[in-house]
Design a binder for this molecule. Structure first.
Ligand code: ACO
Length: 710
């Protein structure tokens, strides 16, 4: 991570910058960029490049980059698309380190080839390329605004990386109205070369940056992004907004795992795994980063609500549950803490209700009581406008409390009322005090801070060797591939399952009726029979499956029925026999799958619901590989997790055994990139200590050359 952050340093802290396409015409983007660089107070060398030469905004303009003496770290390119490649070559010859390509008209309009060519040219000269199709970069570290935005960015602790240019420019205005100061603002556009992971590596080490906000539309190298984020979030909060939540993934639904793995679900799970906070809206994201960047972590888990209104206190209590904020509950300590400051008619139960008769001074003293008490770790201060309060005096008291505790404990204020209250909110927010108009918004910001605290304190996932016989497993895939198949036959899948240590039902392939009867006798009734044919993938649809066969007579009938049906529905299929399988006793039906995700690489999935899994869509994902404790966390993500813990007098299920299967599959998909999709469905789970049974396992493999890792 360190190496990359050193490379990126000269992008954020260049000693000299050239603008190719600088123009004397104030209407042009190349003019605006030079203007912003000059106005932002950048102290390094600025070299406008324009074929006409002359002067631009009081700076000498150079007709050619080669005329500039001295080293140039960054070249901003704002000339039409057709000319960019030759400008990139010229930058390479001049020893430029970073290219910031503003120009549009590449892969975003279908011209991937030219984009690739400019990246190749950049790389050949050892340059990194930001963009193309971007509005530029702002870096507080060098007071540099190399964007064509409106200017006037206030420096501060928040870094923003945005894939949308228009939204990024609009965010400049928003940061001003929301009083959010920026350490950096980077537009990544088409991400032809530099992507979020490169930028995060620098921002992680940048002391100015205390919180990072990312707006993401699509992920390219998700595996690397996930790894980088997982590291960064151990030190700094990262908030992400991703559009396209409702879009189902466009990837082919080869199996349940595929159809359940909408890109957004995978994105969501993987971000959570990496400790990233995902905001629902830009407003929420801004509110979080502003709070996170300016607030100390709470010294402990428990918060206290102080309110002058019962209703708003109840709402805050609900919000605390939703956002994972615990409330301090030791009644004796609460009563003691508030004994001198609480009006007789109030309630010292948390939420502490001072009632509408409390004075502004009562209110301030109560907040003091919370913040001075070591056992109470954060304060949620709620206020409903009453006729009794002098709002001017009230605002001063809040300022005073905030100033005294701002570096020690988190406080959120939520004020509710009319015009006078709105004015107080505006004033205090403008001063950087965390005052919210809505109680949910206030608690959500504190909840985000608690999530950051948990992430920072979380023990890193222990690296767990998979212990899987990978070579033997890959040999099975090789056989299938040599045979021209993209899937494994049932006996092959069973071999893989055995290598994974999965407990599959006993099974024998019979080639005629006598063998089928004999196999059933050996396995023990009841049994299941399934057709074996590489030409019939969907066995049930072809009438190739018979369940719960109790005796020899049923075997005879089912055997004939299966053959008749399969021959009728798939007349050309080569039938190798019939598989006689042990009938597994019932338990909770789950599904474990793993696949190569187009954005994030190998991912593992767990879901509950058996045949209803697609309807319920109660599934969770993780980037693979994961150890057992991460697998347990993944299992507990499910809405229906309580079913595994045991409801209505049922006993707890064997969650550890599921976690073991999930972890094994995650290691397998990570090591064997030739697997396209693997699915154990159903994985039947029994009571704690009784393990799981893998009833069926399907494996789809990629045909050779599909990015196999050897
Ligand atoms: N070296 C140096 N200067 C050059 C070169 C060169 N090789 N070639 C041309 N120039 C000069 C031109 O002479 C001109 O200067 P002049 O005004 O003195 O004549 C200047 O560079 C600009 O060139 P133009 O041909 O006038 O190009 P124009 O400014 O109209 O457009 C631009 C260039 C802005 C890069 C355009 O092609 C473009 O891509 N626009 C979209 C940019 C964009 O939106 N990016 C995404 C941002 S994110 C968002 O959505 C907001």
């Amino acid at each position: 991570m360190r190496g990359a952050s050193i490379v990126m340093r000269s992008l954020f802290e260049p000693r000299a910058i050239a603008v190719i396409g600088a123009s004397g015409n104030p209407e042009k983007i190349g003019h605006r960029i030079v203007e912003n660089i000059v106005r932002s107070g950048y102290g390094g060398g600025v070299f406008p490049i324009n074929p006409r030469g002359g002067e631009i905004l009081g700076l000498k303009a150079y007709a050619d980059l080669s005329d500039v003496e001295g080293e140039i770290d960054v070249a901003v390119i704002a000339i039409p698309a057709g000319r960019v490649l030759s400008a990139v070559e010229a930058c390479g010859a001049a020893g430029v380190k970073h290219l910031v390509v503003i120009t549009s008209g590449f892969s975003e309009v279908g011209d991937l080839e030219t984009e690739r060519r400019i990246v190749r040219a950049a790389r050949e000269h050892g340059m990194r390329l930001l963009g193309p199709n971007i509005f530029g970069i702002y870096s507080a570290a060098s007071s540099l605004d190399a964007t064509f935005g409106p200017g006037g960015i206030t420096p501060g602790p928040v870094a923003i990386i945005t894939q949308s240019g228009a939204l990024g420019i609009a965010m400049i205005g928003k940061t001003a109205t929301e009083s959010v100061g920026l350490s950096a603002l980077v537009s990544v556009g088409n991400k032809a070369d530099v992507d979020e992971a490169d930028l995060l590596e620098y921002l992680a080490s940048d002391e100015r940056t205390r919180a990072i906000l990312m707006y993401v539309e699509g992920v390219k190298d998700g595996e690397r992004l996930q790894g980088t984020l997982a590291e960064v979030t151990r030190n700094k909060p990262v908030v992400v907004i991703k559009s396209g939540r409702s879009k189902r993934g466009s990837m082919a639904a080869a199996s349940h795992t595929g159809s359940l793995a909408g890109t957004d679900e995978v994105f969501d799970s993987v971000m959570r795994q990496a400790g990233v906070l995902r905001a629902e809206s830009i407003q929420e994201a801004f509110s979080w980063v502003r709070y996170l960047a300016s607030t100390p972590l709470p010294p402990g888990d428990e918060a206290v609500i102080v309110t002058n209104g019962g209703g708003i206190g109840v709402m805050a209590t609900d919000a605390c549950e939703k956002h994972g904020v615990l409330l301090y509950d030791d009644q004796a300590v609460l009563a003691d803490a508030f004994s001198g400051v609480m009006p007789d008619f109030g309630s010292s139960k948390n939420p502490v209700d001072l009632t509408g008769q409390a004075t502004a001074e009562d209110y301030a003293r109560s907040l003091d009581a919370v913040l001075a008490e070591d056992r109470m770790h954060a304060a949620i201060a709620l206020y409903c406008e009453t006729a009794l309060f002098d709002t001017g005096r009230f605002a001063d008291l809040l300022r005073d409390v905030y100033a005294r505790y701002r570096d020690r404990k988190p406080i959120v204020f939520s004020l509710f009322g009319g015009e006078r209250i709105d004015a107080v909110i505006r004033d205090l927010r403008g001063e950087g005090i965390p005052v919210f108009g809505d109680v949910y918004e206030a608690v959500s910001a504190l909840g985000a801070l608690y999530r950051v605290r948990r992430r920072i304190r979380e023990a890193p996932e222990e690296a767990e060797p998979s212990g899987l016989p990978i070579d033997e497993i890959r040999e099975i895939f090789r056989t299938a591939r040599d045979d021209g198949r993209a899937f494994l036959l049932a006996p092959e899948a069973a071999q893989v399952a055995a290598h994974l240590g999965l407990d599959m039902p006993r099974s024998i392939v019979a080639h005629n009726l006598d063998e089928a009867v004999e196999a059933a006798g050996e396995i023990g009734y009841p049994v299941v029979m399934k057709i074996v044919s590489k030409d019939i993938v969907h066995k049930s649809d072809a009438g190739g499956v018979a369940l719960d066969l109790e005796n020899e007579e049923e075997i005879v009938d089912a055997y004939q029925a299966i053959l008749r049906s399969c021959r009728a529905r798939a007349p050309d299929a080569v039938i190798e026999g019939v598989e006689v399988v042990e009938m597994v006793r019932s338990g909770v039906e789950t599904i474990v799958g793993a696949r190569q995700d187009p954005s994030f690489g190998p991912v593992v999935m767990f879901g509950l619901g058996g045949i209803y899994v697609e309807v319920m869509k109660d599934v969770s994902f993780r980037a693979a590989p994961i150890g057992r404790s991460a697998a347990r966390a993944m299992i507990s993500d499910l809405r229906s997790y309580p079913l595994l813990l045991g409801v209505r007098g049922e006993s707890r299920k064997d969650i550890d055994a599921i976690a073991a299967v999930v972890s094994k599959l995650s290691h397998l998909i990570d090591r064997c990139r030739e697997i396209a999709d693997i699915e154990v469905n159903p994985l039947i789970v029994y009571d704690r200590g009784e393990g799981t049974r893998a009833v069926d396992m399907r494996i789809l493999i990629k045909q050779p050359k599909g990015g196999e890792r050897t």
